[in-house]
Design a protein around this ligand. Structure first.
Ligand code: UDX
Length: 443
């Protein structure tokens, strides 16, 4: 099939590359010339495992093209996928200005019957508005259908999630449009659920909000486990074995971040409020998350008292592993609070340092390795669970620190292993989330 994708962010680019990979001809359009130039050369502007290979392969196959021209990109296309950003506005609602502009811009170039598939996350009812915009602007002699086709991919596993999705959601008014969309996705062999447009829009928000709530829930359980002497990992495992609950998204830590959960939860709350629905459980989800992001600093304050002059190492800056994305990363608030309290912070992240510098500037220092960050530190904070941190020789790490103290916000170290290898390490203090602390008394 002939497909165009508008917007080459995480969602647009992963979708475009994967649709080319399953045999379609795909034009990706973006207004950012620099980005398009890089992409033409097979260089991805974002860090995403597996993306570069598929990008280069499909450019060489002659199935994947990049352009800044709407005219070139959408000519003779059967489906145009819209994947432009819908960032958060000041009031928590989704900012729809980019998507509205994209729809208006492309409408003047449409010359043949086409399906517009909206992948961007938009509040329930938005697609009806977009359809009206299209109808008002498009040539009346062509048939334009609009479908809602939300995306559920995770950063860091965007390619895998697109090629092996749990489900594909298609919200459509017309059966023909839905059938065409199903044909497009057929090679993926993924279950498809067809609904009306508003339900498809709601599935996206309801899913993300539910997952955010699941995380806040396990984080509250973790906080209770800590004071009661239970182990949240075992609790989550035991809960997750119940098929009605499921084991995913029960990893306790320092809260959710990223480009989706925080913004989508707030946008759903905004929608609820504007329709006079008090979505109390979701309000609390946000409040718990805000508290959880501060957890490590709170623990450091109760351990050290005054943080002035203390030196802390941050392990990880990205909001989660396998991405360089800093949006809503807990590392931001942690760095801010620590420096406000007079501490010096040195951070190490395998890939997100450059992006972090744009936000944190020189308020903190940046190291080239975990050991460099830990050198002479009074404590280290595990903020992002990068796999390389799990491989570290903990003893060697503690040896370079001023005080052998770890606040682990992601529970990357196993208590039993630490107990067997470091029970004689004098002064070692390990504070995980939702588990008893491990402390080796000084003799
Ligand atoms: C999420 C959704 O998973 C995806 O379906 C949607 O399309 C976009 O938003 P993403 O933000 O890329 O994807 O990352 P995800 O892996 O879902 O993690 C989100 C946040 O939750 C991260 O900050 C992560 O650290 C946190 N998290 C996740 C937990 O704290 N505990 C968990 O058990 C799972």
């Amino acid at each position: 099939m002939q497909i165009a994708v508008l917007g080459t962010g995480y969602v647009g680019l992963s979708t475009g590359v994967c649709l080319a990979e399953i045999g379609h001809n795909v034009y990706c359009i973006d207004i950012d010339e620099r980005k398009i130039e890089l992409l033409r050369q097979g260089i991805s502007p974002i860090y995403e495992p597996g993306l570069d290979e598929l990008l280069q392969k499909n450019i060489q196959n002659g199935r994947l093209f990049f352009t800044t021209s709407y005219e070139e990109g959408i000519k003779n296309r059967e489906v145009i996928i819209i994947a432009v950003g819908t960032p958060q506005s000041e009031d928590g609602s989704a900012d729809l200005s980019y998507i509205k502009k994209a729809v208006c811009d492309l409408s003047s170039y449409l010359k043949d019957d086409v399906i517009i598939a909206v992948k961007s996350t938009v509040p329930v009812g938005t697609n009806d508005e977009l359809y009206q915009l299209l109808k008002d602007r498009c040539n009346k002699n062509i048939r334009v259908d609009l479908v809602s086709n939300p995306e559920f991919l995770r950063q860091g596993s965007a390619i895998h999630d697109t090629l092996h999705a749990d489900r594909i959601v298609i919200g459509a008014k017309s059966e023909e449009a839905a059938a065409k969309m199903k044909e497009m996705y057929l090679p993926l062999q993924v279950p498809i659920i067809q609904t009306d447009i508003r339900s498809a829009e709601m599935i996206k928000y309801a899913s993300n909000a539910f997952l955010a709530m699941k995380i806040s829930y396990i984080n509250e359980i973790a906080n209770l486990c800590e004071v009661l002497g239970a182990n949240v990992n075992d609790v989550a495992k035991g809960m997750g074995m119940d098929k009605r609950i499921g084991g995913a998204f029960l990893h306790a830590g320092i809260g959710y971040g990223g480009s989706c959960f925080p913004k989508d939860v707030k946008a759903l709350l905004h929608t609820a409020k504007s329709h006079h629905v008090d979505f109390a459980i979701l309000k609390e989800t946000v409040a718990v998350n805000e508290r959880q992001r501060r957890l490590l600093v709170k623990k450091a304050v109760s351990r050290f008292g005054d943080l002035r002059g203390k030196k802390f190492a941050l392990f990880g800056l990205a909001f989660k592993p396998n991405t360089d994305d800093m949006r809503e990363a807990p590392s931001i608030i942690i760095s801010k609070l620590l420096t406000e309290l007079g501490a010096k912070v040195t951070a190490y992240d395998p890939v997100a340092t450059e992006n972090a510098k744009k936000i944190l500037g020189d308020s903190i220092s940046y190291a080239q390795s975990a050991y460099e960050a830990a050198r002479d530190a009074n404590a280290l904070f595990v903020v992002t669970e990068w796999p390389e941190f799990q491989q570290l020789d903990v003893k060697a790490l503690l040896d370079v620190m001023k005080q052998p103290i770890i606040f682990d916000g992601r529970n990357i170290f196993d208590l039993e292993t630490l107990n067997s290898s470091l029970k004689a390490y004098q002064g070692f203090e390990y504070y995980p989330v939702g588990k008893r602390a491990f402390i080796v008394e000084k003799k």
